[in-house]
Design a protein around this ligand. Sequence first.
Ligand code: BGC
Length: 356
Amino acid sequence: MKMKTTLTTLCCAVLACTAFATTANAAKIGVSMPTQSLQRWNQDGRNLEKQLQQAGHNVELYYAGDNDIPTQVSQIENLISANCDVLVVAPIDGGSLTQALQGAKDKGIPVVSYDRLIMNSDAISYYATFDNYKVGQIQGNYLVDALKLKDAGTEPKNIELFTGSIDDNNVNFFFGGAIDVLKPYIDSGKLVVKSGQVKKEQVATLNWSTEEAQKRMENLISSAGYGPDGTRLDAVYSSNDSVANGITNALVSAGYTAENFPIVTGQDCDKPSVKNMKRGLQTMSIFKDTRVLADKVVEMVNAIVNKTEVPVNDTKTYNNGTGVIPSFLCTPIVVTKDNLKEALVDSGYYKEKEIK
Ligand code: BGC
């Protein structure tokens, strides 16, 4: 670990008394983000860079183009050659970094897996994320309540299911959490999936692409005859907002309006989805405050650098194939049009005009 000059150390010591979780040891932190094509990762990268810098670290931040795996591999190799003290990585494909990260292991560089778990690598020291299974459960329970599935007199409801990229380990938790809640109702016939597509592989959306989701929803609309004047569609389960946006586009093209819009779930509170919620064209989203996640990662990085105890709150759930990775799980929050102002604007996450 490189120590800075006495002056820098002194400044850092002064800063340590401020609100920022400042470390006495300034370190070089390499950050690898998956893509700039989705709002969430631009925001995560920006937040993390800012908060690590405020803690006194030097940050090298890379985005792997538009989900380009070879680019991410070579960026990580560069960060390792540059002798970063800690690496923070959000993988595109959780299983594609085993070889690249062996270099980090060989050099003794600790790796924090960010939001998505890096699989099959024993180079991973810690994992920081939201409670991903809970995200799926919350989405599932939202549908159960909104469709009144617990009421004895409720008629069977029609639903279609969408999740994200199969190479993203989070999908197992989001979809797993939701399907664990919904499956009893599908089995009892209270929920009907007319397409018959209920397996994760059948409902996945490569790269969480809005366009892919739109195409699949359009196909479902024509094959099942869904439409305001056709077969009733009560709800669409979507694991996140980029997928929900594609679903909404297809539903709007099929003639649905705010008055008869199926329930559509989401996650991230991306700006287009927040606008859709305000207009009645998406029903809910999950707010994962990326500032909170960045804060936690900064705390983890500082503890690693200072060799103090790293904050974790889960040591059971996330096995990446080489063993359980000690994790910190942040708490997700449900957002609908009723609380979006309070959750997103009053908290300073968005300015009102950004979601007009
Ligand atoms: C993240 C979600 C995000 C998705 C697509 C997942 O790994 O946890 O928040 O919507 O990737 O970017």
